[in-house]
Design a protein around this ligand. Structure first.
Ligand SMILES: Cc1ncc(COP(=O)(O)O)c(C=O)c1O
Length: 371
């Protein structure tokens, strides 16, 4: 028998989360963010499930977008980091990809090429995050340059990204919203705008504009500090499951695992679980990280190994080899796990490795009504 590690993925929960997002931003079109292998859930399988229900898909670069075209995904796809070299503009033009322009050199590349079809363009402005995007004082000039280019489909759209939307108390949110609003006030009425990621969808209804760009909320993790996914009516798409492959009767004072980080405080049973950092479990997980054995909450003990972790079975006395173990997902929110690590739900999800088998559950209920 091969390794039992499996990521069980729920189409139903994915579409449920999309419905929740649409309910929060009913006037906006939705760009479903599927970059980074759909946050670790599988670029192709997530995109084909979302395709009929979103207006656009969002990827980081053209190679991800081309994979989607290759499997027949036809809806618009936005390249969130734009093009990385001039020739990609030609491909974007023929494939109808939406291109984010955030650097002057990208405009120079455009000026030196002859694109077969006008490019769908977005101008990215840096409203305060200090990452990608034109500085707000220089952005009007670049907006004009794009507007005047015969290679660009009109109107140009405008986007920016919020740095702290997960933290409603952070004053940068309002500064960014104001900077974005000030900018769009002075440009064409025909244009379309996008500012909000998942957290923005829930926090800033007056800033939803024409397009929202949810990522993490689609996958059922909370985008907001201090709020659980359940508080927001989001359901986990991924449940990470494996099994107990060993049980040890340990005596008081015995060490567990590499570095002997954990010492048994009393005679106790310790379960060995077939999942480690080589599968994507965070090596930074501390003693006490919650783990479900037979749906009962137990605690991680000892350092995470490449292929295994150990779990304190005192709260699950009848556990036996072969019993199911859930690391996050249904009944164990990923944020709770992340709180015991140096990680956040984003990097836990994107970190799940190839050797874990991915199984999508069959879609049974017709909950897409109203999507
Ligand atoms: C430009 C852009 N828009 C939207 C998103 C989605 O963000 P979230 O996953 O927080 O919803 C991201 C994610 O990093 C992004 O970089």
């Amino acid at each position: 028998m091969s390794r039992t590690a499996v990521a069980i993925l729920s189409t139903e929960n994915l579409l449920h989360n999309l419905k929740v997002i649409k309910g929060k931003a009913p006037q906006s079109k939705v760009i479903g963010m599927v970059k980074a292998n759909a946050y670790g859930h599988g670029l192709r399988s997530v995109s084909t499930r979302l395709e009929r229900h979103v207006d656009m898909l969002g990827v980081a670069s053209i190679d991800e977008a081309l994979i989607l075209r290759k499997i027949g995904v036809q809806i618009p796809i936005i390249l969130a980091e734009g093009v990385f070299e001039p020739n990609e503009l030609l491909v974007a033009s023929t494939e109808g990809f939406h291109v984010v322009f955030h650097e002057e050199v990208q405009l120079q590349w455009l000026a030196n090429l002859s694109c077969p079809l006008p490019i769908q363009a977005w101008l990215k402005i840096d409203s305060g995050m200090g990452r990608l995007g034109f500085d707000i004082d220089k952005a009007p000039g670049f907006y004009d340059q794009l507007s005047q280019s015969r290679q660009i489909a009109q109107p140009i759209r405008v986007m920016s990204h919020l740095a702290c939307a997960d933290d409603p108390d952070n004053p940068l949110n309002q500064r960014q919203i104001k900077a974005f609003n000030d900018f769009i006030q002075n440009i064409s009425d025909q244009s379309e705008y996008s500012l909000c990621n998942s957290a923005g969808v829930f926090q800033y209804p007056t800033s939803h504009h024409h397009f929202v760009r949810p990522g993490i909320a689609l996958y059922g993790a909370s985008p907001i500090l201090g709020k659980s996914a359940a508080d927001l009516n989001l359901k986990p798409v991924m449940t990470l499951q494996t099994s107990l492959i060993g049980i040890k009767e340990m005596t008081k004072g015995s060490p567990v695992g590499y570095g002997a980080r954990y010492t048994c405080p009393e005679d106790m049973r310790v379960g060995i679980v077939a999942f480690g950092y080589g599968d994507g479990y965070p090596r930074s997980a501390q003693d006490g990280t919650p783990i479900l054995v037979n749906n009962t909450r137990c605690k991680l003990v000892g350092r995470v190994s490449m292929d295994m972790i150990a779990v304190d079975l005192r709260s699950c006395p009848n556990a036996k080899v072969g019993d199911p173990v859930i690391l996050w997902g249904n009944d164990l929110p990923i944020e709770e796990v992340a709180a015991f690590t140096d990680n956040v739900s984003y990097d836990l999800l994107t970190g799940v490795q190839n050797r874990v088998k991915f199984h999508w559950t069959r879609y049974l209920n017709n909950t897409t009504n109203g999507l």
